[in-house]
Design a protein around this ligand. Structure first.
Ligand code: ADP
Length: 222
C-alpha cells in the first residue's frame, strides 16, 4: 500500500498555511506540525523554552535554529508523532533547517513541497485583519469572519485576539525575513524536483481543491 503523504508547505506569513494544513491533515489523515503553534503553546504554558522563543517571536524575529531543531528533532524521530505521514507548516524556514530536515528524514523522504503562493499586498491585508484564539492559535478568524458570539472562539471558548506579532512593524520584518531566508527554499526544492506551486488566492475551499490535486499529481509521479 502507498504510504501516507509527507508534505512541506511553504508560503508567506498570511498565505493561509495554517488553515490549509489543518484541512489537509484531515483530508489525508496525517499529522500536522506547525512550529509557530508549538512555540505559542509552550509560551502559554510558561515553559523556559516557550518564554525564550516568545522573545524572538513577538519582535518578528526567527527563533534560533538550535532551539527549533531541539524541538523538531524529537517530533520527527522514527516512531514519533510524525512517523506515518505529515504536513510541516512553518518548517523548514531557512537553508540550514532544510538540510537538517533531510538528514533526519533519510528513512522517510518528503514527497512534495508545496509553495502556497499569495502576493505580498494581499498577505499584508490578511494579517492586519487576522484574529486568533488565545488558547489555540490554530483557531483562526478575521475581522471579516469573526466567531459567531462576540470575540469568543467557536471551537474552544477562548478569547479571540490579535497575535502579538501581527503589528505592522513585526509583519514587515517577518515578510522581509521570508524573502531573504525562506523564499530561497523554493529554488532549492525545485532543483530536487519536489516543488509544486499552488495559487493561494480565493476561497479556502477552492484553495484546498487546488492543493489536493497538486499533491495527488506529485505523489502519482513518485
Ligand atoms: P508566521 O508564518 O505568520 O510567522 P508562524 O505561526 O508560522 O507564523 O510562526 C510564528 C513565529 O514563530 C515566527 O515569526 C518565528 O519567530 C517562529 N518560528 C516558527 N517556525 C520557525 C522556524 N522554523 N524557525 C525559526 N523560527 C520559527
Amino acid at each position: 500500500m502507498a504510504h501516507k503523504p509527507r508534505i512541506v508547505l511553504l508560503g508567506k506569513q498570511g498565505a493561509g498555511k495554517g488553515t490549509q494544513a489543518k484541512l489537509l491533515s484531515r483530508h489525508y489523515d496525517i499529522a500536522h506540525l506547525s512550529t509557530g503553534d508549538l512555540f505559542r503553546a509552550q509560551a502559554l504554558a510558561g515553559t523556559a523554552f516557550g518564554l525564550e522563543a516568545k522573545r524572538f517571536m513577538d519582535g518578528g524575529d526567527l527563533v534560533p535554529d538550535e532551539i527549533v531543531m531541539g524541538v523538531i528533532e524529537e517530533c520527527l524521530a522514527p516512531g514519533g508523532p510524525l512517523a506515518d505521514g505529515f504536513i510541516l507548516d512553518g518548517f523548514p524556514r531557512n537553508q540550514l533547517q532544510a538540510e537538517q530536515l533531510e538528514q533526519v528524514l533519510t528513512d522517510r523522504p518528503i514527497d512534495v513541497v508545496v509553495h502556497l503562493d499569495v502576493p505580498r499586498e494581499i498577505v499584508v491585508e490578511r494579517l492586519s485583519a487576522r484574529r486568533v484564539c488565545e488558547n489555540n492559535g490554530a483557531h483562526i478568524y478575521s475581522v471579516n469572519k469573526p466567531p459567531s458570539r462576540g470575540w469568543i472562539c467557536d471551537e474552544c471558548g477562548g478569547n479571540v485576539v490579535q497575535r502579538d506579532d501581527d503589528t505592522p512593524e513585526a509583519v514587515n520584518k517577518r515578510l522581509d525575513l521570508y524573502d531573504t531566508q525562506t523564499s530561497p527554499l523554493i529554488a532549492f526544492y525545485n532543483a530536487k524536483g519536489l516543488l509544486a506551486v499552488v495559487n493561494g488566492v480565493g476561497h479556502p475551499d477552492h484553495v484546498l481543491e487546488r492543493l489536493v490535486s497538486a499533491i495527488d499529481v506529485a505523489r502519482s509521479r513518485r
